[in-house]
Design a protein around this ligand. Structure first.
Ligand code: SF4
Length: 377
C-alpha cells in the first residue's frame, strides 16, 4: 500500500499568508505538466511492487488544470503503477475554478474526494488573505461539489487571523457544518517571514493574536467539531467516521509515497527525497534526465524523531509495541521517561499500549513534541 502525490505549483494570485512552493501561472504550465508526466515514467520503480491506494493532486492550485490535463496525468499514473480499485483519489480545488462541467469531468476520471480551499466564509477575512474567491463563490462551489455527486468532501479553513474571535470561528464552523461535509482541515494562521502578512507584521500594520486567544480558539474548534460528529484524528484534521484522509494518514503512519512535480517530497521507508523547487529548472532537469532532486538517507535517530513527531499529532499516538519492535531499548526508555512528566501534569495519557496527548496537551503540542526529539549520534 503506497501513495502518489502530484504537486501542481501554479496559482493565479498569491495569498498573503502562503509560503508553499508556488508561482503565478505562466507559459511554463504546459512544459511543467509534460515534465510531471515524464517524471512519473522515470520513477515507475520508486515504490517497488507496491500497489497504490491513494493519489493526491495538490498545490499550488490543481484546479487550474483542465480536465484533459488532469486525465493525462492520471492515465500516466495508471499506465506505470498498479492502482487499487478502491483507491482514495483527491483533487484540491479553489472555489472560483470549479463548475458543474469541470466537476463531472473529474468524476469521470474516478476522482472521489474534493478538498475545497474555502479558508473562511467571511469576505473581510478572504480579502485579508488575498484569496481569489468571496463567500458567495465558496457557497456556489460547495453546492456544486455536492450536486456533482461527491460524497467525500473536505473543507479547508484558516482560523486565528488578526483580531479574530471565537464568534468568528463559530460562524465559519456553523456554515461549514450546515453542508454535508465529511472532513475539515482547520489550520491556525501562522504568519511566516517573507509573506505579505509577515511584512505587514514587521511594520506593525497587523498584530498576531496572543497564545491565550489561540488556545481558546483551538479548544472551541475541537469541541464544536466533535459535537458535530467529527473525530479529531490529527491536530488540524477532523473527519466523520470512515472519512479520515487516507492519503494524509499515510504520511503520519510512515506509509511510502512518491511525490512528483516541483518541490514534491517522497519517502521510501529508508530515505526522503525532495524535488528541486524552481519550475523552469525542474523542467530542464527532467528533460535532460539529470538530478532533479536531493536525497537524504534516514538514520535510526531521524526515523525515531519523525515517528514521534507525526504520531503524537494523531489520535493514535506513540505505539509502544511499534517502538519496541522498530527501535532500540534506549529510544523506548526515553519515551517512557519524557512522557512520564507530561502525564503527571495531565498533558499526556496512556491508552492500551499507546501514549497520547490529552486535550490540554494538544494545545501545546509543538512544545511537548520538541521535548521528545532525540539528538542524532
Ligand atoms: S492558492 Fe494555495 S498555494 Fe496558491 S498562493 Fe493561495 S494558499 Fe498558496
Amino acid at each position: 500500500m503506497a501513495g502518489i502525490y502530484v504537486h501542481i505549483p501554479f496559482c493565479k494570485k498569491l495569498c498573503s499568508y502562503c509560503d508553499f512552493y508556488r508561482v503565478v501561472v505562466s507559459g511554463a504550465k504546459n512544459g511543467c505538466i509534460d515534465a510531471i508526466m515524464k517524471e512519473i515514467e522515470l520513477r515507475k520503480n520508486y515504490l517497488g511492487n507496491e500497489s497504490i491506494s491513494t493519489i493526491y493532486i495538490g498545490g499550488g492550485t490543481p484546479s487550474l488544470l483542465s480536465v484533459n490535463e488532469m486525465a493525462a496525468i492520471f492515465n500516466q499514473i495508471y499506465k506505470h503503477f498498479s492502482v487499487k480499485r478502491d483507491s482514495e483519489i483527491t483533487v484540491e480545488a479553489n472555489p472560483d475554478d470549479i463548475n458543474q462541467e469541470y466537476l463531472s469531468g473529474l468524476r469521470s476520471l474516478n476522482v472521489n474526494r474534493i478538498s475545497l480551499g474555502i479558508q473562511s466564509w467571511n469576505d473581510a477575512d478572504l480579502k485579508m488573505m488575498n484569496r481569489r474567491h468571496d463567500a458567495k463563490q465558496a457557497t456556489a462551489a460547495l453546492k456544486n461539489v455536492i450536486k456533482a455527486g461527491f460524497d467525500n468532501i473536505s473543507v479547508d479553513l484558516i482560523y486565528g487571523l488578526p483580531h479574530s474571535t471565537v464568534k468568528d470561528l463559530e460562524s465559519n464552523l456553523d456554515i461549514t457544518f450546515s453542508y454535508d461535509v465529511k472532513h475539515l482541515s482547520a489550520y491556525h494562521l501562522t504568519i511566516e517571514k517573507g509573506t505579505v502578512l509577515g511584512k505587514m507584521l514587521e511594520r506593525g500594520a497587523i498584530s498576531e493574536i496572543d497564545e491565550e486567544e489561540s488556545a481558546a480558539l483551538f479548544g472551541f474548534l475541537v469541541e464544536k467539531s466533535e459535537a458535530a460528529g467529527f473525530v479529531h484524528y490529527e491536530i488540524s484534521n477532523f473527519g466523520k467516521p470512515g472519512y479520515f484522509s487516507r492519503h494524509n494518514s499515510g504520511y503520519w503512519k510512515q506509509v511510502n509515497y512518491m511525490g512528483v512535480g516541483p518541490s514534491a517530497h517522497s519517502f521510501d521507508g529508508y530515505s526522503r527525497q525532495w524535488n528541486i523547487r524552481a519550475v523552469k529548472r525542474y523542467i530542464d532537469l527532467i528533460n535532460e534526465e539529470k538530478g532533479f532532486f536531493e536525497r537524504e538517507e534516514l538514520d535510526t535517530r531521524t526515523r525515531f524523531n519523525e515517528y514521534v513527531m507525526t504520531s503524537l499529532r494523531t489520535m493514535w499516538g506513540i505505539d509502544l509495541n511499534y517502538v519496541e519492535m522498530v527501535f532500540d531499548k534506549e529510544e523506548y526508555d526515553y519515551i517512557i521517561n519524557v512522557s512520564g512528566k507530561f502525564m503527571e501534569y495531565g498533558l499526556m495519557k496512556m491508552e492500551n499500549s499507546s501514549i497520547l496527548l490529552t486535550r490540554h496537551g494538544k494545545i501545546i503540542s509543538d512544545n511537548i513534541i520538541a521535548e521528545f526529539m532525540m539528538v542524532s549520534d
